[in-house]
Design a protein around this ligand. Structure first.
Ligand SMILES: [Fe+2]
Length: 281
């Protein structure tokens, strides 16, 4: 759950499952003369769309508050507050998707591991938590699954072209980019708010953004020019501007005396749709 100040009296809650759908929308529109459309297209889009869907298990009833009695924000420390559940629900989501699309499940498993091992050691944040035995066991399990899925997908004639190590890691990078961008737009309100200190920067934490096969990745820059519009340079989408919407809900900005107090406000909350756009310079 992304907990953002909305106005003087309310918080805007963007659920991880809704943020996930925004990532899928970005994936679906990715590609133009400078940026290749991800392939296999529907698998990568589905992986982006479902990458945080495991959170449904908790967000259906978000019954843990943070130490201050406020709704649990995704940067409060999900492993600290939710423990084994946090690891299990990522694994469960991969198992669900596996039945429909093993390639998407492969990318989701890699994304889930990356959240726990500092992006396979390539990112500074979130930190490497693999020294925790619970985390180590989760990572070992998902990495075994990765090995098995890669072997399986390499036997599939239609997917074979997309299962080289290079292709898989490029698609992993795509998912990171879609996630970072979808965090950026969901973890603040309005879009040009500077309130949020953790999470993706204006350069999406300098994540490598794939361009085209055989070409170097680039870094992107986001410039929020108004409350609902940002300029993205270089611009990766197939339409310009790209208009997108985020489902969210509004709850009182106050200390909650216990989980039931919060859940009442959460379930009764006014639902809103926030609409922003990304455009080229
Ligand atoms: Fe995410």
């Amino acid at each position: 759950m992304m907990v953002n100040p909305y106005d003087d009296s309310r918080l805007m809650l963007a659920l991880q499952i809704d943020h996930s759908r925004v990532a899928g929308f970005f994936a679906a529109h990715w590609g133009n003369k400078d940026f290749a459309r991800p392939e296999p297209y529907s698998s990568v889009v589905m992986a982006a769309q479902e990458h945080d869907i495991g959170w449904w298990e908790w967000e259906a009833k978000p019954s843990t508050l943070n130490e201050k009695g406020f709704p649990l924000d995704y940067h409060d420390g999900s492993l600290k507050y939710l423990g084994q559940l946090r690891l299990d629900f990522y694994k469960n989501a991969v198992d669900h998707i596996l039945k429909r699309d093993p390639y998407a499940a492969l990318l989701m498993a890699m994304h889930g591991v990356a959240l726990m091992n500092a992006g396979y050691g390539r990112y500074a944040y979130p930190p490497d938590r693999s020294a925790d035995p619970r985390v180590k066991s989760y990572i070992d399990n998902q990495e075994q699954l990765r090995t098995k899925l890669v072997e399986q997908l390499r036997q599939d004639d239609t997917l074979k072209p997309f299962v080289s190590d290079e292709q898989i890691w490029t698609n992993y990078e795509y998912i990171e980019v879609f996630d970072q961008l979808a965090q950026y737009v969901c973890n603040r309100y309005p879009l040009n708010s500077k309130w949020r200190k953790q999470g993706p920067s204006d350069t999406l934490n300098d994540v490598d953004v794939p361009t085209k096969h055989g070409r170097q990745p680039v870094k992107v820059k986001i410039n929020t020019v108004s409350e609902n519009r940002a300029i993205m340079t270089p611009y990766p989408f197939d339409v310009d501007p790209l208009v997108f919407s985020i489902n969210a809900r509004l709850v009182p900005n106050r200390v909650y005396k216990d989980p039931e107090d919060f859940l009442g406000e959460f379930y009764r909350a006014e639902r809103i749709t926030v609409t922003h756009s990304l455009a080229s310079a």
